[in-house]
Write a protein that binds this ligand. Structure first.
Ligand SMILES: NC(=O)c1ccc[n+]([C@@H]2O[C@H](COP(=O)([O-])OP(=O)(O)OC[C@H]3O[C@@H](n4cnc5c(N)ncnc54)[C@H](O)[C@@H]3O)[C@@H](O)[C@H]2O)c1
Length: 244
């Protein structure tokens, strides 16, 4: 229960769903501080009450000024772990996908990951160490009907992860960069997906169920921890064997 002992961690989209599970998992593992960043502060009070080492902060990852202001403040504590988790969907078949649907998903899922990493990685490089884990998706690896925008961003996260693993390991720095690619996971995001869509997915998943939030949080914990000290540039699928 001390795999994050002494570490300062930052998790975007930390107020609910997978992000919240990651915040709680890192806090349980003894992190010095876990920052839960979100545009919605609804979960902050409960998190801060349950975990004295958790602090919520309103930061919109699409707003590079707000990201820079936060990192300027928290950076003084040395950020050891960054988890780029914030993400949204605006699904539609391509002929029905509006400019606004495309732009909103790109802004949060792709530009948001870029904004956070651009602000945090130089500090980690200066310090010489750190771990960045971004949440991609099986959709970023395999594609999906009605998710042109989402698939583009999640594939983009994989490409940025691999480039950054090379870029941030220069000049003696050992900043590791990895991604977790969850399968369908029971969170508020999935509430808009009808059961009739989920049933065939469960049926073709060898392990016979959807992912739980803890499945994803445990993979993020592993990649964030010293147990993954020689792992960088990787995409860890956590999907019950959905695509084999
Ligand atoms: N649920 C799934 O099936 C699934 C599968 C694969 C990947 N993912 C990915 O996992 C991540 C978390 O998904 P979830 O299911 O927990 O979603 P969720 O909707 O339950 O939670 C997402 C959180 O991100 C926050 N957020 C949204 N826009 C933001 C912004 N601009 N700045 C900061 N925070 C913002 C939301 O307020 C929310 O608290 C996302 O990147 C998602 O794409 C989810």
């Amino acid at each position: 229960m001390d795999r994050m002992k002494g570490k300062t961690c930052v998790v975007t989209g930390g107020a609910r769903g997978i992000g919240r599970g990651i915040v709680e998992t890192l806090a349980r593992e003894g992190a010095k501080r876990v920052w839960a960043l979100d545009v919605n502060d609804a979960g902050f009070a409960e998190l801060e009450k349950a975990w004295p080492n958790v602090k919520g902060a309103i930061v919109d990852v699409t707003d590079s000024a707000s990201v820079a202001a936060f990192v300027g403040k928290a950076g003084a504590e040395d950020i050891d772990v960054l988890v780029n988790n914030a993400g949204i969907t605006r699904d539609a078949l391509i002929q029905k996908m509006q400019d606004a649907d495309w732009a909103a998903v790109i802004a949060v899922n792709l530009t948001g990951v870029f904004n956070m990493t651009r602000a945090v990685a130089p500090l980690m490089m200066e310090k010489g160490s750190g771990s960045i884990v971004s949440i991609s998706s099986v959709v970023g690896l395999d594609g999906n009907i009605g998710q042109s925008n989402y698939a583009a961003t999640k594939g983009g996260v994989v490409a940025m992860t691999k480039g950054w693993a090379k870029e941030f390991a220069r000049k003696g720095a050992r900043v590791r960069v990895n991604a977790v690619s969850p399968g369908y996971t029971r969170t508020p995001m999935l509430e808009s997906v009808p059961e009739k869509v989920l049933e065939p997915i469960i049926a073709k998943t060898p392990l016979g169920r959807l992912a739980e939030i803890q499945d994803i949080a445990d993979a993020v914990l592993f990649l964030s921890s010293e147990e993954a000290a020689f792992i960088t540039g990787q995409v860890l699928r956590v999907d019950g064997g959905l695509v084999l």
